[in-house]
Design a protein. Structure first.
Length: 154
């Protein structure tokens, strides 16, 4: 099904037609491209995905959102996809796709902000010069049904 969508998109794409034309003219930088007997364009052993946002998104969605892939990083996703597919600026497009994934932004450790460096407070020269306070909540209820305390340290 996906291969059929790619072949159909190739037939409609002007960029693919230009590459095929340049190949027949024997231009050197197009030596990595080949056309199979069905007219499908390949880059080495990878099928060429034409500039079709919906089609590329479908490929990236399948590689990133399926329950078997578990939201891979952009590098891992690129390594997986480049075995079968090729398009211009593929690596950049995959990196942008992964960086915009809401789940990855919220869950992946590499995207979380690092905690600040803990530094001890200086020892004050006089009592009550420096006061720290905090609330401790979620304690077992007292007889008056209080579950919090206010802690003050000088």
């Amino acid at each position: 099904m996906l291969r059929d969508d790619i072949v159909l998109a190739q037939r409609r794409n002007k960029g693919v037609r230009i590459i095929k034309q340049k190949m027949t003219q024997g231009e050197g930088k197009y030596k990595c491209f080949r056309e199979d007997p069905e007219g499908v364009l390949w880059f080495n052993e990878r099928i060429v995905v034409p500039k079709d946002h919906k089609l590329r998104k479908q490929i990236m969605d399948e590689a990133h959102l399926s329950k078997f892939s578990m939201h891979p990083s952009s590098t891992k996703m690129y390594q997986d996809l480049k075995q079968n597919f090729w398009w211009t600026r593929m690596k950049r497009e995959i990196a942008n796709y992964v960086s915009e994934c809401d789940i990855c932004q919220r869950v992946k450790a590499s995207h979380l902000k690092t905690a600040g460096i803990l530094q001890p407070l200086p020892i004050p020269s006089w009592k009550w010069e420096d006061i720290s306070m905090d609330f401790i909540v979620g304690l077992p209820n007292t007889s008056l049904r209080h579950d919090s305390i206010w802690v003050i340290v000088d």
